[in-house]
Design a protein. Structure first.
Length: 232
């Protein structure tokens, strides 16, 4: 029986492509044990794009710095405060059709007293997955593997440990993924192949893709967002 595994870091209020990957998996493995550099601009666990005043805007969360430490495991990172975020989100989406229906998602996030980056991000992700009616299983990599395995070998180990025979890779994985390692372990690799379909965005005549899932939820609601993801 085919069992598809998706593995991804716990991104901050992720874009629609992230949720397509999860929704098409039987098990979503949260990659929480790996080390990363929180100062890296490509560390998506701390920043995402929204639309503000008709333009792309980076919404970001500060991560507490530790003297002398540059890279560290994601599940040890703690959040600082961002007092401007809710005001920025309201300014961006306060007039969107479904803002009042889903504003609790961002209010819960920024009003939370949870310091853990992983826990705060995953609380948001799980709330959205409930709205999108995800029926799969959610597990954490830290409960399965240690930090001695890296890259492709680690991913194969996770898939095998979870009883999977298919690995759902992200669209950007082609640059580093060694598919022969997967095939030699009897794991099929398929790609997410996400392509954003246009939808109505309040205050914008020219569609802007690649934004946080909150852009779609506030503008078209959960039911239509799920349909959009499944069609993409």
């Amino acid at each position: 029986m085919k069992k598809t595994i998706a593995i991804h870091q716990p991104d901050f209020m992720p874009w629609l492509g992230f949720f397509k990957k999860v929704l098409h998996s039987d098990i979503f493995c949260v990659l929480d044990h790996v080390v990363n550099n929180p100062r890296d601009s490509a560390f998506w666990c701390r920043r995402v794009k929204i639309m503000l005043n008709g333009k792309e805007h980076w919404l970001s969360i500060p991560i507490k710095k530790e003297k002398g430490v540059v890279v560290k495991p994601i599940n040890t990172m703690e959040l600082g405060e961002n007092k401007k975020a809710l005001k920025q989100i309201y300014s961006a989406y306060g007039k969107a059709e479904y803002y009042d229906d889903y504003k609790y998602l961002v209010e819960d996030y920024f009003n939370s007293d949870i310091n853990s980056l992983v826990k705060r991000n995953m609380n948001f992700i799980e709330e959205v997955l409930n709205l999108l009616e995800y029926n799969g299983e959610l597990v954490y990599s830290s409960s399965i593997v240690d930090d001695k395995l890296t890259s492709n070998n680690m991913l194969v180990k996770l898939v095998k440990e979870l009883g999977g025979n298919t690995y759902l890779a992200g669209d950007g994985a082609t640059g580093y993924q060694e598919n022969e390692i997967f095939s030699s372990n009897n794991v099929q690799v398929i790609y997410n192949n996400f392509s954003t379909l246009e939808y109505t965005q309040a205050g914008n005549n020219n569609f802007m893709g690649g934004l946080s899932v909150i852009d779609a939820l506030f503008n078209i609601g959960a039911t239509r967002t799920k349909e959009l993801i499944n069609l993409s």
